[in-house]
Write a protein that binds this ligand. Structure first.
Ligand code: NAD
Ligand code: LMR
Length: 452
């Protein structure tokens, strides 16, 4: 990893030096002095480094080496367990190694160099992830991009390259968003690609977050968007097929009607396994657990095994049959069946319309947040916890093969697993049949865009 840093440029004054990080920024001696708590001469710039007048180099260096949290400037808690372990081992090994030489001023530079290389080795081990966001100039795009670029999605030690796809008329607007993203100086934001060409946008991407589409306006159902938005997903499916990384690309469709748009994109991208596509019902899932937590005065993290079945539409089936709250059956904890049937279920089903009526615009930040959650599920897995996602049906629970249907799923190693063999009550079964029929109708309405 040392090779990633340029050699220190020594000044005639001896120990003054600069290091160049792999990102190209100059790391001045002054920065290092700040890290180890020594003072530098007032007014010293990175271009004119001077020797620190550390009265006790031994203490400073060893303090840094014995306290990984300070070494990491408070970011220690951000590391994965594997990285924490690596850092602790590294610091204690360095400590042992450097102790006999800590008073030798000539060794200050190489010791700091080694520490910088070590920091880099532990902090920046992951390859950059390329994420394409379509509709990047739109409302969800605006809320989403800053979450991704800040590291909230892949963590603070995984660089991201954003591919921003828009229609030609909105490219200037995306350029404004790009300026803001760059101005935020996010450490993990490696680069930004802006384009109105799906083929350029999808080249080499790991994730396609397909948000770009018209939203509904007051009085519309999501299905009313079907013919307006379908063509977008046919074009994008073809482009994904041509230039994305095949089995290594994951696609999450958000643009409505999301299930059928996912179906269109998937059918137009035969080189990508159908199991790499999903349509987002994570927002409905989050809405459900948020309502349950409010009702029972528990934390959202206490609620498990809640399910959204079917379409991301008003026919979706929010189901608490298997849900637990702090490990107890949810129905018993709630102890209010009329609330479940008359308040809870309709609230989750119609939440999008309620927000649209209240804001005059469809949900934005909560949708972006759910998309971050849904992508985290794909990327990191759910560690056995159930979530909901609309995924390719292989006939599970009697659903027609090929439809994108929301099921209870877990994710692991970038794959989902549909929870099978759940007992389904007659009442829930009837509701599932209604949402299933709606998806069949949507599919049939766009049959022209579905190659065999
Ligand atoms: P918006 O109108 O603010 O933004 C949509 C953006 O998509 C616009 O900038 C537009 O120029 C762009 N766009 C249109 N066609 C495009 C194309 N062919 N390629 C690339 N970009 C294109 O809308 P929004 O509020 O960001 O919502 C976007 C979509 O997400 C809507 O369809 C909305 O209904 C849907 N949505 C889904 C969920 C969900 O849970 N699945 C939640 C909220 C919103
Ligand atoms: C939502 O669920 O909020 C979105 O699908 C937007 C909408 O139209 O309801």
């Amino acid at each position: 990893m040392l090779a990633k840093f340029g050699a220190p440029s020594r000044t005639p004054r001896g120990l003054g030096f600069q290091l160049r990080s792999c990102k190209g920024s100059v790391i001045s001696h002054r920065d290092y002095s700040k890290k180890i708590g020594t003072s530098t001469t007032e007014g010293t710039s990175a271009q004119q480094p001077t020797q620190p007048h550390s009265s006790s180099p031994k203490n400073n260096i060893l303090d840094m080496a014995t306290n990984p949290r300070d070494f990491w400037k408070g970011k220690f808690f951000d590391l994965s367990p594997r990285q924490q372990q690596a850092l602790v081992e590294l610091v204690s090994a360095q400590n042992k190694l450097f102790e006999p030489y800590a008073t030798n001023e000539e060794l200050q530079v190489p010791i700091l160099q080694l520490k910088a290389a070590a920091e880099h080795a532990v902090a920046d081990v992951n390859a950059p992830i390329r994420v394409c966001v379509s509709g990047a100039a739109g409302a969800i795009g605006y809320a989403l991009l800053f979450r991704i670029a800040s590291g909230s999605l892949f963590g603070p030690h995984t660089p991201v390259i954003l591919h921003l796809l828009e229609i030609p008329a909105s490219v200037p607007k995306v350029k404004g968003v790009e300026m803001e993203l760059r101005d935020a100086a996010f450490p993990v934001l490696r680069d930004i690609v802006i384009t109105d060409s799906p083929e350029k946008a999808f080249e080499g991407i790991d994730y396609a977050l397909l948000v770009g589409a018209q939203p509904r306006t007051a009085g519309m159902e999501r299905g009313d968007l079907l013919l307006k938005n379908a063509e977008i997903f046919s074009t994008q499916g073809k482009a994904l097929n041509k230039v994305a990384k095949g089995k290594d690309t994951r696609v999450i469709v958000v643009g409505n009607p999301a299930n059928t748009n996912a179906l269109i994109a998937q059918r137009n991208a035969p080189k990508i396994p159908p199991q790499n596509f999903s349509a987002m019902t994570r927002l409905d899932h989050n809405r459900g657990i948020a309502q349950l937590s409010q009702k029972t005065k528990t934390s959202v993290t206490d609620i498990e095994k809640f399910v959204i079945w079917g379409n991301h539409s008003a026919t979706q089936v929010p189901d608490i049959s298997y849900a637990t709250i702090k490990g107890e059956p949810a129905r018993i904890v709630i102890n209010d069946d009329p609330w479940v049937e008359k308040t809870f279920i309709p609230c989750v089903q119609k939440r999008g319309a309620e927000i649209l009526a209240a804001r005059g615009a469809s949900s934005t930040a909560s949708a972006a947040s759910a998309l971050v959650d849904a992508t985290i599920d794909w990327h990191f897995g759910t560690y056995g916890k159930w979530t909901s996602a609309a995924v390719f049906s292989n006939g599970e629970y009697g659903v027609e093969k090929g439809l994108f249907f929301s099921y209870p799923v877990t994710f692991s190693q970038k794959k989902y697993n549909i929870i099978g063999d759940l007992p389904i009550s007659d009442e829930v079964r009837k509701k599932i049949e209604i949402t299933h029929k709606e998806l069949i109708q949507e599919r049939d309405a766009v049959s022209k865009l579905l190659p065999n």
